[in-house]
Design a binder for this molecule. Structure first.
Ligand SMILES: [Zn+2]
Length: 508
């Protein structure tokens, strides 16, 4: 055995694609798993004692927003469109340190809850900067987490994006909506090009991507420029695809075709493409995504919170599409708990009128949240499995924690019981980033104090923007509810009779 080898010994391990955990030793060679051997069979200069631990592959978050870390808990009965309307005040006016802190909070929460890699669509509206990209990257680097960092960009404002919305405002409000500004493709993409040219991090650790945020928010020319930049530097592309009924209806109105058909026409679909949410897509769109080797990120918690409906991922999987699981950002989920997201991925598959054998089961849900999400990040075959050749991204759960006592079925309990509370240690690339519940090198009291100060300061600084958004909100809500109904050809929401206003008021 070579001197740089380490053996993780004494644990109960979820090996490869097996559906039961068994005693095994994991041999590491640097940052990679080199062998799985029977318990006690390996010797190495360094042994990590994993007695009393259940060891699973790190969960992979296929869709989040680091900028949501400072915005958790803001807003309640917000549709996606009301959230986008509020975006300028919940994410606006941030300094370099605010961006870093918000991402750091998101990363810390993910690690604490057993997640070792993520796809972060970081808000950089109206114009990204190299400095901002590095603020975000530094947060992940400082805690040792893998990430794809994709600047979330658009050349239209939300109000320009939804066909007919600007015209719906009364004359006194329209100038408020029109005061929001976007920028040109050249201005937006220049700093991303420069960042891609000079990106200092290895691709398997912190990778740069690109995220034209929502197709309706992007002109065709802008999308084409994103496509060309992605091709030039090999950047993965992710967009919010048909997240709401409004987006499906808006696409029909603007393009005369589905969103996915529009993306194919632009040339954006391909193996490096992933769509987040994909609630309001039909079979023809599933076929297009599968044919081009694209993938989807399923965010069931966010979809429920924003009232967007239920994504039918069984249908997408049956159509040959790779599906990962995501939490979405903390401004719409409002946590970074991949155990919870994985559980919801299994549960929401059961609301469709199909027999139990068509439901997403626990083993499949866990594979989606590991290997499936890894594929979304462009890290398939590298992370998401405990097997030789894969990176040593391991989560150690305490077998004495009440969640795992008694251990009747490890996979069922990981998905149906676990909430992250049993996570004791997390290893990424062979290095402990969480050890006995503590993130080494992180001064948490200082981070927490800075985050509290930032939240208070930003709330004050964004008061005017907030008031403007609140004036626009009733029109946005009313118009979008109406437009969204045009897409209800797909069964993604339960139909319901109108509730009499008095009953609503009485329930508050
Ligand atoms: Zn999102």
């Amino acid at each position: 055995m070579q001197t740089n080898h380490v053996v993780v010994s004494g644990g109960l391990v979820l090996v490869g694609r097996e559906t039961t955990a068994r005693p095994a030793d994991i041999v590491l060679d640097g940052d990679t798993i080199s062998a799985i051997v029977p318990a006690g069979a390996a010797e190495a200069p360094r042994v990590v004692d994993a007695t009393g631990r259940l060891i699973i592959p790190g969960l992979v978050n296929a869709h989040t927003h680091g900028h949501g870390g400072l915005a958790k808990g803001i807003g309640d009965r917000w549709s996606l469109e009301l959230l986008l309307n509020a975006g300028p005040w919940i994410n606006g006016g941030r300094t370099s340190d605010d961006r870093y802190l918000s991402t750091l909070l998101t990363a810390v929460e993910m690690i604490r809850k057993g997640c070792t890699a993520c796809y972060d669509l970081s808000a950089m509206l109206p114009v990204p900067s190299i400095e901002a990209l590095h603020d975000v990257a530094r947060a992940y680097a400082d805690v040792g987490m893998r990430a794809v960092i994709s600047p979330m960009i658009a050349d239209r404002t939300f109000y320009q994006a939804i066909p007919g919305l600007l015209d719906a405002f009364p004359p006194e409000l329209r100038p408020v909506a029109e005061a929001m500004r976007s920028a040109s493709a050249e201005t937006i993409l220049a700093p991303i090009r420069e960042a891609a040219r000079t990106w200092p991090y290895p691709n398997d650790q912190i990778r740069l991507g690109i995220a034209p945020t929502i197709p309706l928010h992007c002109s065709d020319e802008f999308m084409q420029a994103c496509r060309d930049l992605a091709a030039e530097f090999g950047l993965p592309v992710q967009t919010h695809l048909a997240e709401s009924a409004v987006q499906r209806a808006g696409a029909m109105r603007r393009y005369g075709m589905t969103l996915t058909a529009h993306l194919e026409r632009i040339g954006l679909l391909g193996p490096g493409f992933s769509g987040a949410h994909a609630i309001w897509i039909d079979d023809s769109e599933i076929e297009l995504i599968a044919r081009h080797g694209g993938a989807l990120a399923h965010n069931p918690g966010s979809n429920l919170r924003l009232g967007n409906g239920i994504a039918d991922m069984r249908r997408a999987i049956a159509g040959g599409v790779t599906v990962g699981v995501g939490t979405d950002g903390s401004s719409s989920s409002d946590n970074q708990n991949m155990f919870e997201a994985t559980r919801l991925a299994a549960y929401v598959s059961r609301v469709f009128d199909r027999p139990p054998e068509d439901w997403i089961g626990t083993a499949e849900a866990l594979r989606m949240a590991t290997e499936g999400s890894a594929a979304v990040l462009g890290m398939g075959g590298l992370i998401g499995r405990i097997a030789p050749g894969y990176k040593a991204d391991l989560v150690f759960l305490d077998l004495d924690h009440v969640n795992l006592v008694p251990l009747n079925d490890a996979v069922n309990q990981l998905v149906n019981t676990e909430d992250g509370a049993a996570v004791r240690d997390v290893m990424i690339g062979g290095r402990f980033v969480l050890r006995d519940g503590v993130l080494p090198g992180l001064d948490w009291p200082s981070v927490a104090a800075r985050a509290r100060e930032a939240a208070v300061r930003l709330r004050g600084a964004n008061t005017g923007v907030r008031q403007a958004a609140e004036r626009l909100a009733p029109v946005v809500s009313h118009f979008c509810v109406g437009l969204g109904r045009c897409a209800h050809d797909l069964p993604r929401k339960l139909s319901a009779e109108a509730v009499v206003p008095a009953a609503v008021a009485g329930g508050l």
